[in-house]
Design a binder for this molecule. Structure first.
Ligand SMILES: Cc1cc2nc3c(=O)[nH]c(=O)nc-3n(C[C@H](O)[C@H](O)[C@H](O)COP(=O)(O)OP(=O)(O)OC[C@H]3O[C@@H](n4cnc5c(N)ncnc54)[C@H](O)[C@@H]3O)c2cc1C
Ligand code: HEM
Length: 389
């Protein structure tokens, strides 16, 4: 609990810290990896290189300083962070390491301006925020562990089947090595994957691309030409190989309802939307499934979506665009209506990856009059506003 004097110090120094926050977080990560190399594999180095993760951390700390007296709002704001942490098995013992390096970075960047009193006040804020995250994460770990088929920490899974979905996307069906059940995820969620590459652990997030079935999960991975994890999965792993999974997480999921839905994705961003489309159709909703692919070769899940469209000719409309120029709608079953005006009055509109695509669709929807609270999007990386992508 901060003293009144510390509250005042935080209020007085927050603008200075905000001004230098980019420099502080950019110093913080090298310090953390230097002092505690054991945590480095948890972080995707591509997110460090493009500045996305430092900006996300900085944003969260600042948002907390502004909102900390509104507990409900704070919890809402931290939900995405908690999800990312839980799916990477971040534990209470990690927090002092981060706190120490954050304070050291603040000291290095702000120099003598950081008096011992100011340092103590910021340490107090960090401890408060860390305590809250630890509590929220403990709750999520317990909740998932108590589900039938739930677990805690890394659980070993075996690749039971693979399926090439396009020139660059391959699905992996994963079954637990222990033969037990697997807990249901919510369509739209992702899972933490821990691989071992050249003897080192490597962590990544992958969306779950099918509905829950109690026995296995499916992820669908795009091979990045220079990507460490995706190349390893594509080039070195196959049926029978094992990897570890951490609990599923993610808040961009469907609430119960009957409003029509537009699901829009580009490329591999389709993965979480496929199970959401299935779920929405099972709820009796009308769905427009808008997908942009590079060309026919890169158009993944064509048969799966076509089968869905056959099964729900009245309620599922697919609209497919090939960036190569050819107008394409191979998912539309014979007899269904051609793609027309999008249902601007429909409720949630969910956009997935890549950023340029999401920005363009979001702007178009805004111009059609769809209010911001009905347009939802998610990055395949640290959260940030669409126009910052
Ligand atoms: C919530 C969520 C869901 C996701 N779902 C999916 C999914 O369903 N399917 C999917 O395929 N992916 C998904 N991703 C993305 C996935 O987690 C990985 O980021 C992706 O597979 C790339 O990882 P990689 O190890 O292959 O590539 P990385 O090694 O991380 O490299 C990615 C790119 O960054 C470049 N790069 C790497 N390190 C550096 C560096 N130090 N400096 C400069 N450039 C660098 C590489 O050259 C490459 O182009 C999701 C991500 C999130 C956060
Ligand atoms: C108060 C302390 C912390 C805050 C405010 C914080 C904040 C954040 C934020 C904002 C994100 C990005 C979420 C998103 O994707 O939108 C994130 C991701 C992450 N955090 Fe934390 N975090 C804290 C502590 C920790 C600790 C102790 C660890 C463990 C070493 C950790 C490891 C990670 C990792 C590995 C990611 C994913 C990074 C990636 O995408 O490469 N964090 N955190």
């Amino acid at each position: 609990m901060l003293t009144q004097e510390q509250e005042q110090l935080i209020a007085a120094t927050a603008p200075v810290v905000a001004e230098h926050l980019d420099a502080i977080t950019q110093r913080f990560y090298p310090l953390l990896f230097e002092r505690y190399p054991q945590v480095k594999p948890l972080f995707n180095q591509a997110h460090q290189a493009d500045g996305g993760q430092p900006r996300a951390l900085a944003g969260a700390v600042l948002a907390y300083v502004q909102l900390r007296h509104d507990r409900e709002k704070v919890r809402e704001t931290l939900a995405t962070v908690v999800g990312k942490h839980v799916s990477l098995d971040i534990r209470p013992e990690h927090y002092p390491l981060v706190g120490e390096c954050l304070m050291a970075a603040i000291g290095e960047v702000l120099g003598d301006a950081v008096t011992p009193e100011i340092a103590a006040a910021w340490e107090g804020v960090y401890e408060e925020l860390a305590g809250l995250l630890i509590e929220l994460e403990a709750h999520r770990y317990r909740e998932f562990e108590s589900l039938p088929g739930g677990w805690r920490g890394p659980r070993e899974f075996r690749i039971a089947a693979t399926h090439q979905e396009s020139a660059v996307i391959r699905s992996f069906v994963l079954e637990p090595v222990d033969g037990g059940p697997v807990a249901d995820h919510e369509p739209g969620q992702y899972i933490g994957v821990k691989l071992t590459i050249d003897g080192e652990p490597v962590y990544r997030h992958y969306s779950l691309s099918d509905l829950p079935n109690g026995e296995s999960y499916r992820i669908s991975v795009k091979r990045e030409p220079q990507g460490r994890a995706s190349r390893h999965l594509h080039d070195a792993m196959g049926v029978g190989d094992t990897l570890s999974l951490l609990p599923p997480a993610g808040d961009l999921t469907l609430a119960e309802g009957d409003e029509p839905l537009l699901l829009a994705s580009g490329g591999v961003g389709q993965t979480p939307l496929l199970p959401m489309a299935r779920q929405a159709l099972a709820q009796g909703r009308r769905v427009v499934y808008l997908h942009a692919a590079l060309d026919a070769e890169h158009h993944a899940f064509r048969d799966e979506v076509a089968a869905l469209a056959e099964a729900h000719p009245e309620r599922l409309r697919t609209v497919t665009v090939h960036e190569s120029g050819a107008a394409a709608d191979p998912c539309r079953p014979r007899g269904s209506r051609p793609a027309g005006k999008l249902p601007a009055r429909g409720r949630p509109l969910l956009l997935r990856w890549p950023p340029g695509f999401m920005t363009a669709v979001d702007r178009a929807l805004a111009e059609l009059g769809v209010p911001a609270e009905r347009r939802h999007f998610e990055h395949f990386g640290p959260s940030r506003p669409l126009d910052a992508a």
